[in-house]
Unconditional design. Structure first.
Length: 95
């Protein structure tokens, strides 16, 4: 349902956002989806929709980040019991 399953963000290098693609393997039938982030610094441009979709994932922690990890969980009322997760890693500037 979602890809990539690992998202790396490098805010000091200017990469404070990435795109998460949400699609259905059966492109003939759209499915509804919901997304939730488990960290306050992890912002999503949308938390629900239908496939195919693209969601901007953004680091919104402000300041110089330290190493951080969060998870985006994708579910669908059309696919009960199926869950996908994408891990988001924030990489701080080299010291």
């Amino acid at each position: 349902m979602g890809s990539p399953s690992l998202i790396l963000l490098f805010p000091p290098a200017g990469t404070a956002q990435a795109t998460l693609t949400i699609e259905n393997e059966n492109g003939e039938h759209a499915i509804r989806w919901n997304a939730a982030a488990d960290q306050a610094w992890l912002q999503l441009s949308a938390t629900s929709g239908t496939t195919p979709s693209q969601v901007r994932v953004r680091y919104a922690g402000g300041g110089q980040p330290s190493m951080a990890s969060g998870t985006i969980t994708l579910t669908s009322p059309d696919l009960p019991g199926q869950t996908m997760r994408a891990v988001v890693e924030v990489i701080p500037a080299s010291r």
